[in-house]
Design a protein around this ligand. Structure first.
Ligand code: PAF
Length: 288
């Protein structure tokens, strides 16, 4: 079912909490899809997933300043409120939460949420403080929208694992659903940052997916040694003239501990900068 009218935009935490209380009292199941806006097909697939699982879906649009490091792209991060509202209205989303920064981070606030260990490697190493910003804002969004279900993309695999752990450790009564990465027809994982890529960089960006496919083929052919799989990924990406590897890591898919020989579900994650645009992707290596 699709509606054409735009969703109701809520800017205040209190107002959203009151709405959530009312929906809960009516026995309705609330889904939350946290985003930073500039919605693409990957985000919309998360929204569709939430709509299929819940009676009411809230999509948050908030470019969260605390998850960007100094010198990162907070200021130029794409923003498109009007376009986002039109896309969400077409899908039938009723409520969009689009708070101002001061609403999410009241002046003088002093409370942070930090998940240890799982945030040490991968993006956590190359972006210090990033996950502290993510878990802090996601915890606040959970408390504001009071969802039964929250949907996150698997492209940000470490983020998903970190949020699952936060939900478990803090006893949030929320089901976290991971939705598969949506790709362009040529395999590039959809990302708001793809908008920064010029033609040459866009072409070289295909190396991330090509390298991960190579890792999967090697794994399927019986390779279990993490070092050799990581080297194969690095070698494929390094063929591109403008690709700078941030990391290539192979870790346990649940705990994100480093794995040397694959004996359980594992994830190969990588971050690569191409002409200044940082892209990430991953593949799950599983016996099944
Ligand atoms: O994945 C994102 O877009 C962000 O990290 C999130 C989860 C919306 C928190 O700001």
């Amino acid at each position: 079912m699709s509606r054409t009218e735009p969703p109701r935009v809520v800017g205040g935490v209190r107002e959203l909490q009151r709405w959530a209380d009312r929906q809960r009292a009516l026995g309705r199941r609330i889904g939350l899809v946290p985003t930073m806006g500039a919605l693409h097909e990957g985000h919309l697939s998360l929204v569709r997933k939430a709509l299929s699982l819940c009676d009411d879906v809230v999509v948050s649009l908030f470019v969260n300043p605390t998850q960007f490091g100094p010198g990162e792209d907070f200021d130029r991060y794409p923003r498109d409120l009007e376009g986002d509202l039109a896309r969400l209205g077409e899908l039938g989303v009723e409520v969009v939460f689009a708070p101002e920064t001061g609403e999410m981070y009241p002046p003088g606030e002093a409370t942070w949420v930090e998940v240890e260990r799982l945030t040490e490697g991968m993006c956590g190493r190359s972006r210090p403080g990033h996950f502290r910003g993510v878990t802090t804002v996601v915890a606040r969004l959970f408390l504001a929208a009071k969802p039964h279900v929250a949907v996150f993309g698997m492209k940000d695999y470490q983020q998903l694992a970190v949020i699952r752990r936060m939900v478990r450790d803090l006893h949030f009564d929320i089901e976290v659903v991971g939705a598969p990465t949506v790709r362009e027809p040529d395999g590039l994982a959809m990302s708001s940052r793809n908008a920064y890529l010029d033609t040459a960089a866009r072409q070289q960006a295909l190396s991330l997916q090509a390298a991960l496919r190579e890792a999967r083929s090697l794994f399927e052919a019986g390779e279990r040694d993490a070092g050799r799989l990581v080297s194969a990924v690095r070698a494929r990406v390094a063929k591109e003239p403008d690709a700078e590897i941030g990391y290539v890591e192979l870790r346990c898919a649940e705990t994100l501990e480093p794995v040397e020989t694959i004996d359980r579900q594992a994830v190969v994650g990588l971050a690569v900068s191409i002409r200044g645009t940082r892209l990430i992707d991953n593949v799950i290596l599983d016996e099944s």
